[in-house]
Design a protein around this ligand. Structure first.
Ligand code: GLU
Length: 454
């Protein structure tokens, strides 16, 4: 049982596209069928190699692997030509030479009468041999199909136009290419956004004219932004890779997308394996789904807290490289990750928190420095005591902070805060005793000295 994802390479992989890809992927995997990737690049003016690369990158990051492809429609032109000839020869398609002017007048006339703008079949029986090629849509009867998400749909053929299937230059149009490829690729269910639902009856008529077995169709409801309008750039980041940049884990985004219009009881957390195991088209909602950024962040935090440290490190690597943070063996990265994961909602926060362990700095935050380093006594006393500390553990370090506070008759914070600033440079650090332990004695003493010179 095969499904496919058929993006047009005219931009990045968007949240909506990724959700479509995920559902088609999950369905195929669940059925132990093939998931096929087909790039619909026939619109040469709008397609680009960079977009193809961006789509592949997004899918690969999300782990949406395909069993076949990527196929490119531009490599199938001969096949489309053959099918168009077949339709012409069997009288199911015809050439049309109507001028743009005539078509415009026709449209205006029909619309003035309150009728649907539709081609009037002017060239249908003229036996022309050039121009655009139109499919001769059946004149009467209904196209009826049961969409696996939306249910039974019936459209009267009188509503449907004699569709252009080839332009004057012979190039095929979307409805023709999609039918040919879905048939050739033995697609069992066409899973796509419901923005294409109006095309489906036209495509069904093409299948029937060609004598081809119909696939099933499943049209996914659209995704809305918080304001109830269709999710778009206006609502913030919509490209999958922007979520990577913002520090999301792929499994968090995948889990989030899975629940965007699909459910399995009231379960919220799905591993990738569970998505595959439990996915059913009948549980896709008919109504549009709303994008909820807070929920996505909540999921991300959940996965950051629970993921194996090695996996976090693998995903972090991309952020570290981007920020030129180099992990050295001096400090155990896994201990650092453990110390940070509870405080981090995103990998960006985590990478940011990692920085102080692997990058020395030369200055402190000016305002915080003025505030916390004014009184040197706590830092001086800390330095003196830490210098001679032998068992370099968080517990011992904590005891020293407490002792310094006690000797100076101040609260723990009056020592902890300057210490935190001294070690981090900007005051952003977790539990200070643990941070000091992880940093190691050398770095701690150096940074304390630097703070004293502030
Ligand atoms: N290439 C179309 C698009 O990106 C999808 C066509 C389809 O899935 O049938 O909107």
């Amino acid at each position: 049982m095969n499904s496919r994802f058929a993006p047009s390479p005219t931009g990045y992989l968007h949240i909506g596209g990724a959700r479509t890809a995920l559902f088609a992927w999950a369905w195929a995997k669940n059925q132990q069928g093939k998931f096929i990737l087909r790039i619909e690049d026939t619109d040469l003016a709008r397609s680009s190699k960079a977009s193809v690369a961006a789509i592949l990158e997004g899918m690969s990051w999300l782990g949406l692997d395909y069993d076949e492809g990527p196929y490119f429609q531009t490599e199938h032109f001969e096949r489309y030509k053959t099918v168009i000839s077949q339709l012409l020869n069997s009288g199911k398609a015809y050439y049309c030479e109507c001028s743009e002017k005539r078509l415009q007048e026709l449209r205006d006339g029909l619309m003035a009468k309150g009728e649907k703008a539709k081609y009037d079949g002017h060239c249908r029986h003229k036996n022309l041999s050039s121009g655009v090629v139109r499919f001769q849509n059946p004149a009467a009867g209904n196209v009826v199909f049961t969409d696996l998400v939306k249910g039974k749909i019936s459209v009267n053929n009188e509503e449907l136009d004699d569709l252009i299937i080839a332009r004057t230059d012979g190039s095929p149009t979307y409805n023709l290419t999609v039918v040919v490829d879905d048939f050739d690729m033995k697609i069992d269910v066409v899973i796509r956004g419901d923005d294409h639902i109006n095309n489906t009856p036209k495509q069904i008529n093409l299948y029937q004219a060609l004598g081809w077995k119909l696939p099933d169709f499943a049209h996914l409801p659209m995704i809305l932004g918080a304001d109830g309008s269709r999710l778009s750039k206006r609502h913030g980041a919509v490209s999958v890779m922007a979520y990577r940049e913002a520090g999301f884990l792929p499994e968090a985004l995948l889990n989030y997308l899975a629940r965007l219009g699909w459910s399995h009881g009231d379960k919220e957390l799905f591993s990738t394996a569970e998505i595959i195991e439990l996915f059913e088209l009948k549980n896709v909602n008919k109504a549009p789904a709303s994008f909820d950024a807070d929920k996505l962040l909540w999921l991300n935090q959940h996965y950051i807290q629970t993921a194996p440290a090695q996996h976090l490190l693998d995903e972090l690597a991309w952020h570290l490289q981007k920020n030129q943070i180099e992990i050295t063996n001096e400090i155990d990265i896994f201990k650092v990750i453990e110390s940070l994961r509870k405080r981090s909602k995103t990998l960006v926060e985590m990478a940011f928190g990692l920085k102080m362990f692997y990058q020395d700095f030369t200055t402190f935050d000016e305002n915080l420095g003025k505030k916390h380093f004014k009184n040197k006594a706590p830092l001086e006393l800390l330095l003196a005591k830490l210098m001679v500390l032998e068992a370099w553990t968080a517990a011992e370090i904590k005891a020293i902070i407490e002792k310094v506070a006690e000797e100076l008759s101040v609260g723990f914070g009056k020592v902890g805060q300057p210490f935190r600033l001294a070690l981090s440079g900007d005051g952003n650090a977790g539990s200070i005793d643990l941070v000091a332990e992880l940093l190691g004695k050398d770095k701690v003493l150096k940074r304390l000295q630097m703070a004293l010179e502030f």
